[in-house]
Ligand binder design. Structure first.
Ligand SMILES: [Fe+2]
Length: 437
């Protein structure tokens, strides 16, 4: 990416003197027009990967409130161009950088596609905590596995939405990579989809639940074939929602009784989609059908209880609730991983079996990786990974001092080896007022 200033000029220059003749204030405001360019960018809608382009360039005038103008060269839409024509937020990913283009609107299509956006900003500047979770750290799921899984899921979502035929080879390959990444990643950070709060919930939720289920399955010491079956089922667990009307799926208020009854059919719809497909293991199909059953029999669609529910479905159900709690939804702010684990804990013996919940908590500990905590000196730290020897002494990275100022040289501490530092409480990102730079 490059960035050039193509114009810089004053809009206001104001000087004044007070009665005693001293200089009172001087204010110069500048409008700076900046040109940016991304090479080989992937383009995501709020729902899925739309395609890619060779060059995405744009100009924005700071502080004017006027829209940014963009042009796209070498646009290659894998599925439908229509997804780009609807005015909404679009996400761009090039190399390690991710951007959000708000109110993306196409105005012309010739050699170049041109249009406007209300603003185009780096995602990581808006949500630094989310990004800092994986920057420079050893992570569980490699970028390659992440992008192959998202691509495979996107293909299946598109096919189901438009009632086209699909193959599951890519999903099975992705599941193999997820399982192998998890088996090789002792002590690494569990990196769920970084766009999850901002991009399409359906895609990222299926992805996250797939990863989390494999992670819980590995904590339960399932053998490789079982881990694959769990992962395949969990990656596809919510596809039945694609058969439910958008008005119900994206409703941002409480569903009516009738709407909720229809929503409760999605495990059955999902099962119907895959039931005759010989490429999916039978156990994965059962997981899809049973992922909303609850340990005490209060779930749906069949009100199964305890061991009537397959172990794989119990794993997926826990991953499903954890991901839903920690994701931003139109009607609810995201919980921190720490809060989510506390809520899960309160649901033992009602929603979840103690064995499955304990395996998950053992693996994530009191402070799941990615949580923010306040230390005894009031500084803020990010949990990197847990210590096998001490649940309350994880490895941390300092991110802000006690005044909330972001620490540039981020120091990493192994609390098991520090006797003066300890965790005082967990911290909520929105309460911290941590500055970006
Ligand atoms: Fe579901």
């Amino acid at each position: 990416m490059f960035l050039t200033k193509v114009g810089a000029y004053n809009t206001a220059s104001l000087k004044g003197k007070s009665n005693d003749g001293k200089l009172k204030f001087r204010f110069i405001k500048q409008i700076i027009m900046q040109r940016h360019e991304l090479k080989n960018a992937d383009i995501y809608s709020g729902y899925n990967l739309i395609g890619n382009c060779s060059t995405f360039s744009w100009k924005c005038q700071s502080e004017t409130g006027l829209p940014c103008h963009f042009s796209i060269a070498g646009l290659n839409c894998e599925y439908d161009m229509e997804a780009l024509l609807v005015r909404k937020d679009i996400y761009l990913r090039a190399g390690e950088k991710e951007y959000i283009a708000k109110n993306f609107q196409i105005e012309g299509v010739s050699d170049l596609v041109t249009g406007t956006a209300q603003s185009i900003e780096l995602l990581f500047e808006k949500f630094p905590e989310m990004k800092s979770m994986t920057d420079g750290e050893k992570v569980v799921i490699s970028k390659e596995t992440q992008s192959e899984t998202l691509k495979a899921l996107t293909g299946i979502i598109e096919a189901i939405k438009f009632s086209k035929s699909f193959e599951l080879l890519d999903i099975k390959e992705a599941a193999k990579k997820i399982v192998s990444d998890i088996q090789e990643s002792e002590g690494a950070i569990l990196n769920l989809m970084e766009l999850r709060s901002f991009s399409g919930y359906h895609l990222t939720h299926n992805y996250n639940v797939g990863i989390l289920s494999a992670y819980i399955g590995s904590a339960l010491k399932l053998h490789e074939k079982a881990l694959l079956e769990v992962t395949i089922g969990a990656l596809l667990h919510d596809m039945g929602k694609l058969k439910i009307a958008d008005t119900i799926i994206s409703k941002d208020s409480k569903l009516s009784d009738e709407e909720f009854e229809e929503m409760k059919q999605h495990p059955r719809y999902g099962y119907e989609i895959f039931k005759d497909n010989p490429d999916i293991p039978a156990a994965s199909k059962t997981l899809i059908l049973q992922h909303h059953e609850k340990y005490d029999g209060s779930g749906y669609p069949e009100s199964l209880k305890d061991i009537e529910i397959s172990l794989y479905a119990q794993i997926c159900s826990l991953a499903d609730v954890f991901d839903a709690l920690t994701s931003e939804r139109p009607y609810r702010v995201a919980k921190t991983p720490y809060e989510a684990v506390r809520i899960l804990n309160s649901m033992v013996n009602t929603a979840f079996s103690p064995e499955v919940l304990q395996a998950f908590i053992r693996k994530t500990s009191l402070y799941p990786p990615g949580s923010l905590v306040r230390l005894n000196d009031d500084s803020i730290a990010l949990i990197l990974r847990n210590n096998q020897t001490s649940l309350i002494r994880p490895e941390i990275k300092l991110i802000a001092d006690k005044a909330g100022r972001r620490i540039k040289e981020r120091k990493i501490f192994d609390l098991a080896k520090e006797n003066k530092l300890y965790i005082k409480s967990y911290a909520v990102p929105s309460d911290l007022n941590v500055t970006i730079r």
